[in-house]
Design a protein around this ligand. Structure first.
Ligand code: NAP
Length: 252
């Protein structure tokens, strides 16, 4: 009997797949049977090697999501590499840290452009292709605990991830009846480049760890299972959910 979590025969585009959470998700989707287009602005060799070692299939796609108007091209290139896309994981994201009193306009614009604007226009281009072909599809956005909480020193990041939670719900409402499920994962504190500065600060590191019921930082592989679930038939009735995968942080 086929597992409802099986992704054999599906194609997935994962942005920011060269490292961190995107790499963990790309590997998990490939392990579940999907053909993965691993997209990123940096070298994707490590991700391709991990997927090949696991017996999966992946294609690399170089993209810089800061580029104006790039979204339709990214979707077209991904479909040229792997065929019509069934799954989009909007994972690429950046963070800038400064006190709100000193926060610069460029740190605002860059973060909003990648985390919110590129995410929306990728979803739009992906959905246009799926709707035109009458194909059901899945979008998984990578939100954050700062989709629910304020945080400190990350004004544009919190604005982008809170906006992404709203956008996930709006797109879920507009596209559910077109056969597209739009959901998000809100990772907790995960070991990646994004959190390097926090882990390097002994006081912040200790304060964060003390609040995590699981008693440890998360790993990129901790996020993969939720992505497989949301991309699979098992999540057919999921629309507009933002699922925390946070070691219990929000439950505290
Ligand atoms: P990361 O290791 O810094 O990964 C971010 C990824 O996004 C990298 O692949 C990065 O590429 C890519 N990226 C950034 N700007 C891009 C651009 N202009 N064009 C294309 N790709 C771009 O951090 P991460 O923690 O894995 O972050 C992945 C996602 O999870 C982000 O959306 C982040 O906000 C979210 N998140 C992370 C945490 C956490 O605790 N780590 C918690 C909640 C949410 P480069 O390697 O070239 O920079």
């Amino acid at each position: 009997m086929a597992s409802p979590f099986d992704l054999t025969g599906r194609t997935a585009l994962v942005t920011g797949a060269n490292t961190g959470i995107g790499q963990g998700i790309a590997l998990a989707l490939a392990q579940a049977g999907a053909t993965v287009v691993a997209a990123g602005r940096s070298d994707l060799t490590e991700t391709l090697a991990l997927i090949a070692e696991a017996g999966g299939t992946a294609r690399p796609l170089k993209v810089d999501l800061q580029e104006q108007g790039i979204a339709p091209r990214v979707i077209a290139q991904a479909e040229a590499l792997a065929g019509p896309l069934d799954i989009l994981v909007n994972n690429a994201g950046i963070i800038r840290r400064a006190d709100a009193l000193d926060f610069s306009e460029s740190d605002w614009d860059e973060v909003i452009n990648v985390n919110l604007k590129a995410t929306f226009f990728l979803a739009q281009a992906f959905a246009k292709s799926a709707v035109a072909a009458g194909r059901g599809a899945r979008i998984v956005n990578i939100a954050s605990l700062l989709s629910f909480q304020g945080g400190i020193r990350v004004a544009s990041y919190t604005a982008s991830k809170s906006g992404l939670a709203g956008l996930t719900k709006l797109l879920a409402c507009e596209w559910a009846q077109k056969g597209i499920n739009v959901n998000a994962i809100a990772p907790g504190y995960i070991e990646s480049n994004n959190t390097e500065a926090l882990r390097a600060d002994p006081d912040r590191n200790q304060a964060i760890l003390a609040r995590i019921p699981a008693g440890r930082w998360g790993k990129p592989s901790d996020i993969g299972g939720a992505a497989v679930f949301l991309a699979s038939d098992a999540a057919a009735y999921m629309h507009g959910a933002i699922i925390p995968v946070d070691g219990g942080w929000l439950a505290r």
